[in-house]
Design a protein around this ligand. Sequence first.
Ligand SMILES: Nc1ncnc2c1ncn2[C@@H]1O[C@H](COP(=O)(O)OP(=O)(O)OP(=O)(O)O)[C@@H](O)[C@H]1O
Length: 221
Amino acid sequence: MSLLAVRDLTKAYGPHRVVDVAAFGLEAGAQVALRGESGSGKTTFLHLLAGILAPDAGRIELAGRDLASLGEAGRDRLRAETIGYIFQTFNLLQGHTVLENVELGMAFGRGVDRAHATALLRRVGLGDKLAHFPRQLSTGQQQRVAVARALANRPKLVLADEPTGNLDARNSREALALIREVCREEGAALLLVSHDEGVLSQFEGVTDFTQLNRVERPAAS
Ligand SMILES: Nc1ncnc2c1ncn2[C@@H]1O[C@H](COP(=O)(O)OP(=O)(O)OP(=O)(O)O)[C@@H](O)[C@H]1O
């Protein structure tokens, strides 16, 4: 059974249709990159998959559950237990330590497990920074906190939205290799979206989101 199955998914903001995807699927443990230019609807697509946004039409099945059949609270729970999200801007809580950032993510999901949070932070090379605050870390280190937090609830799927967009080329390569390794070790599938060819070239299978998404876009001026 596939981990994720999408059919005839559409989403518009007002009169502007942004997502129109006939079919998309992911197998458990797969690692897939979607290439898409800025504004092509990648973030909207990921938000639909995560149940953060509701589609106008179509079906999303995640881990055997039809998202539309769950209420908002049910979707929140499924998301917390099934999905890890890595944002371009990391979205760390600045008033909380590195360890607390990971534990707070757990509080919404399967429950706080300090041993697991600490093990993940050690795994991403931050074992000596548990009590630091995000602003005391380099950008690359902050990104690694975000990686540990995304994996904290033992998700089946990690969604990564331009996860290395704020890093220089070398850090970006290393961060992506780490994301891929940790997802593999933890048994999570990875769906990453990016417009950065340096990032995309590290994936064997790259799907062109602009082709997957049938929305007509005006030519760039
Ligand atoms: N909440 C919203 N209300 C109205 N329009 C929106 C909203 N969110 C996004 N859009 C529009 O939808 C289109 C797709 O946005 P989206 O963020 O999904 O694209 P993207 O491919 O992720 O872009 P980027 O790589 O620049 O983040 C854009 O034209 C954007 O302006």
